[in-house]
Design a protein around this ligand. Structure first.
Ligand SMILES: Cc1ncc(COP(=O)(O)O)c(C=O)c1O
Ligand SMILES: [Zn+2]
Length: 425
């Protein structure tokens, strides 16, 4: 365990708990999610950020001083031990159509299971290994589970997965092929979530459910570290920056939001670097929810932190949640940074899948395309200025949900018998 990790703080009442060997991670007093606390003064005293940046290890584990746990065997180049450092691409076409100085795409479709969730799963697996847990379970809209089973493969951990029956086939295929036991629940993601909570309590399984397991946020923050390190290194611009800084934060980050754990993790990552004095700003956050998953957006409009269960029915499986499980932290990520929430309709997400594919070369699933919708809306609303440097977080590959991709291009296929005249005509 990381010696700089000093405890877990309740995100609702602020009570501080020890790390112990806690298997369920919510606050016993009020059920609030817990957040890992580090001794930033000691880290900043002991660790030179330039040494982190100079490390030849390009996996997420080169941030070990800032992470709660590392996997049991880091020496072999397995997906678990060596993933990270997803590409940061420039998007010149989007820049000119939207009138924004700089737009970057952080492409986490390129992680081992083709989604951002590998960042969270890796940290949870490292923790399960520390605890010697034999079985790990998770509820998922698809990606959290497909990533968990991808990275568990080859380890001693056994996996039990709960998904709603509406989970796209690509994600389901991933989960099954890696050998997990899968329960496809008749009901929503939220039903699967509750069942996974009950099962982990009843059978002693280690639970990866998003948000209630504090280690998911810890894994997700690594994307913020990478973005800042890549920006400082001038990556994607074909040169290393001349400034000696190891990390540099952008002005705005745009993130699709379901449970709110990705945005919460990114926020934490940027705050960490700022608290350590390694960057000079925390970016503003644009959180993008689905219009057909309204709970978080309603809470944002209300100005408070009370989240109410509201039925979701969006095609964007990754952000189709009735009750956002890390919603309070998502609200804080946006409010504390002077950002904004916007909504994306299903049609807008399908449209944005095509825009991203044609203009940037990245093929994403609808939930991920929501970021592109949010970027355009935030620009229109003036929440993104022409001079801003913006990062769009890409979260899941389009190959996971081919049905949605085909819906996005419906009618564009030209069926012919195979004669040249048909093409001439
Ligand atoms: C592709 C994709 N994008 C975004 C999200 C949203 O992440 P969170 O639920 O942490 O807000 C998910 C979650 O499953 C996802 O799969
Ligand atoms: Zn509490």
């Amino acid at each position: 365990m990381n010696a700089y990790l000093s405890g877990l703080r309740c995100t609702l009442c602020g009570a501080l708990y020890g790390i112990g060997d806690a298997r369920t991670c919510t606050c016993p007093a009020d059920g609030g999610n817990l957040d890992a606390v580090y001794d930033y003064a000691a880290i900043s005293r002991d660790i030179d950020p330039r040494l982190i940046a100079a490390s030849p290890d390009r996996s997420v584990w080169h941030y070990a001083p800032l992470l709660p746990a590392i996997p049991a065997d880091r020496t072999l180049p397995t997906p678990l031990a060596s993933f990270g450092w997803s590409p940061l691409y420039r998007a010149p076409r989007l820049e000119s159509t939207l009138g924004v100085r700089t737009i970057w795409l952080k492409d986490d479709t390129r992680l081992p299971s083709s989604s951002f969730k590998d960042r969270a799963s890796s940290m949870v697996i490292a923790r399960a290994q520390e605890l010697g847990a034999p079985i790990i379970c998770a509820a998922s809209t698809g990606n959290a589970a497909s990533s968990l089973v991808t990275l568990c493969s080859g380890t001693a951990l056994r996996m039990v997965i709960f998904v709603p029956q509406s989970t796209p086939e690509g994600k389901l295929a991933q989960i099954l092929i890696h050998g997990a036991r899968v329960y496809a629940v008749e009901g929503s993601y939220d039903d699967a979530f509750e069942l996974a909570m009950q099962a982990s309590r009843a059978f002693g399984w280690y639970n990866r459910n998003t948000g209630v397991n504090a280690w998911t946020r810890e894994g997700k923050k690594t994307a913020a570290y990478e973005i800042c390190e890549q920006l400082a290194a001038g990556e994607g611009e074909g040169k290393r920056a001349e400034t000696p800084a190891a990390f540099r934060a952008p002005d705005v980050v745009v993130v699709p939001v379901g449970d709110g754990n990705i945005i919460s993790g990114l926020h934490k990552g940027f705050k960490d670097l700022y608290a350590l004095g390694w960057t000079s700003q925390v970016p503003r956050f644009v959180g993008v929810t689905a219009s057909l998953a309204p709970a978080l957006y309603k809470a944002w409009q209300s100005g408070g932190e009370r989240l109410q269960t509201m039925p979701s029915s969006t095609i964007a499986s990754g952000i189709s949640v009735d009750l956002p499980r890390d919603g309070v932290m998502a609200l804080r990520a946006v409010r504390e940074t002077g950002g904004i929430f916007v909504e994306a309709s299903d049609e807008e997400m399908l449209d944005a899948m095509g825009i991203l594919a044609r203009d940037t070369g990245i093929f994403v699933e609808p939930a991920s395309a929501a970021a592109c919708v949010g970027l355009a809306k935030a620009r229109q609303l003036g929440a993104i200025a022409p001079g801003d440097e913006v990062v769009l977080q890409m979260t899941g590959s389009g190959l996971k949900d081919v049905r949605s991709a085909l819906a996005a291009v419906a009618g564009r296929i030209r069926r012919i018998q195979g004669r040249l005249e048909e093409i001439e005509n």
